[in-house]
Write a protein that binds this ligand. Structure first.
Ligand code: SF4
Length: 113
């Protein structure tokens, strides 16, 4: 993990155990430490569930294909954490761009850690 949030490279995150990009072209980057358990993600996406022990959300799968893109994007857009910017990030592994929530509007990873 790099220390400068402005230089976080999505390709460095979670790729060690990742399935092939051709099979699962999208991945999640989740700022779990900023989740406050509002549960909006789980309302709109089957890929998100609430962990009863921690009270926070967790994804069922960090990697997925086209079929699961829309509801994961909906979860990213619905997340109210970080003053509405959200803590669920959907990244296209082929381009390394953040598809959602993309608060900067330029595809850069909007993590804040
Ligand atoms: S919507 Fe965001 S803050 Fe709420 S449980 Fe899901 S990830 Fe956490």
């Amino acid at each position: 993990m790099t220390e400068d949030a402005d230089t976080v490279d999505p390709s460095e995150l979670g790729e060690a155990d990742a399935p092939p990009v051709e099979e699962k072209p999208y991945k999640l980057v989740f700022e779990a430490n900023k989740c406050f358990g509002a549960g909006k993600c789980a309302e709109v996406s089957d890929n998100w569930e609430m962990d009863l022990a921690s009270g926070m959300a967790k994804p069922v799968s960090y990697f997925f294909g086209e079929d699961d893109l829309d509801h994961n994007v909906a979860a990213a857009d619905a997340c109210p954490a970080k003053k509405g910017d959200g803590v669920i990030h959907v990244v296209d592994r082929r381009t390394n761009e953040e598809i959602a929530p993309d608060p900067h509007g330029d595809g850069t990873l909007s993590v804040d850690w």
